[in-house]
Design a protein. Sequence first.
Lengths: 249, 249
Amino acid sequence: MRNIIMQHRSIRQYKNIPVDEKDLNEILEAGTRASTTGNMQLYSIVVTRDEGKRKELSPVHFDQPMVMQAPVHLTFCADINRFHKWCEQRDAEPAYDNFLWYINAAIDALLVSQNVCLTAEAKGMGICYLGTATYNADQLIKILNLPNGVIPVAAIVMGYPDEDPGLTDRLPLEGVVHYETYKDYTDEDIDRIFAEKESLEETKQILKENNKETLAQVYTDNRYKKEDNLYFSKQYLKVLQSQGFMNHM
Amino acid sequence: MRNIIMQHRSIRQYKNIPVDEKDLNEILEAGTRASTTGNMQLYSIVVTRDEGKRKELSPVHFDQPMVMQAPVHLTFCADINRFHKWCEQRDAEPAYDNFLWYINAAIDALLVSQNVCLTAEAKGMGICYLGTATYNADQLIKILNLPNGVIPVAAIVMGYPDEDPGLTDRLPLEGVVHYETYKDYTDEDIDRIFAEKESLEETKQILKENNKETLAQVYTDNRYKKEDNLYFSKQYLKVLQSQGFMNHM
């Protein structure tokens, strides 16, 4: 177990080999064993394998080549639609169409997604999370035909790796763990915690390519810029509203 | 791997045995190997072991006995504070204090939490997610001293099980998986998908105890009521604002 977890790397190049139906079912079933709020299973998984459908998804995920390369694409959605329908058919009045239940449903969906990823990796496959699932949620809703009460939270591609990358660096454990209470970071703490990352050969290469003085500037000026952050942030809030997760009356 | 995942049950009774320091470190380290948005690790884990501190946490989690029984309590937080501090110290202007980045950070935190849970289970421990982490986020912020840019997303208790419950029922796979596009549920679909759950002996017992006609009514009238949902929903949105995740200018 721990070996699989410790060896995780995102895979961005895939072999042209389909995922066996039996394997996929076992992977998805492992997903459903994750903890879920009140055993309500407030999520849905949309499996996309059809090439035409993956072509539609490609621009949503900024045309990253792995979307077309990987044979399986999974979109994990927060879903209160099924539960609401069940309640309405059973003489019960559901009220899960609010922000708290978006969060509960998103938690459900994400625990499922991680179980799915680890089970796929244990079977020799690779995965990569696509952050773009929330960026362009409105487009995903159209392409995947998601009804009111359903919103994308995460997406992954899955398949057999055609690359063997090394592990990505991580901050030292002390950088992300606090004991008893949160100890806020002093300037010295920040220097120490980020020292290893900043001294990597890879980081120096990134600075040169991006013509920047610090790695932080690569994030703020190039990778995740203020104007994009604000645009996609407002977009997702709008979609939360229009999909029916913001009824607070 | 799949065995551990398939055997997961939430554990609510714990033995009075501490968790070894080395085990805890290995579990937390396994957490940090999870996928993370742009390798930014936008989360913090607060470890609570001190009995006095756990007593403070107990009412936040509605005084469920497992909070005092389990030797380790972990609060998983979305954290943009550390990253912002790093940017500011490196002549970069961060703009991650908005809703999109709350979601990205929450995703990061939840993938970490599931890695942590599975690694603990592989070591013979048990865990239980506490949904209350979002309900009473404001109280957690005070008790755990969380600064601006940090907000609780999930909490778990962890320790050695003092019970051996069976697996909890789940909806059949066809109830939560869609192929190519989302097929909305007909009345017949809902009947079929929920049939097994509704026919369980346990469900009949719950109906009798709660004096209800349908299991859905137990959810809407007793477990997760409209007034509570709305109250905690508004509360969490307020906390998102006050912790600095809603700056959209």
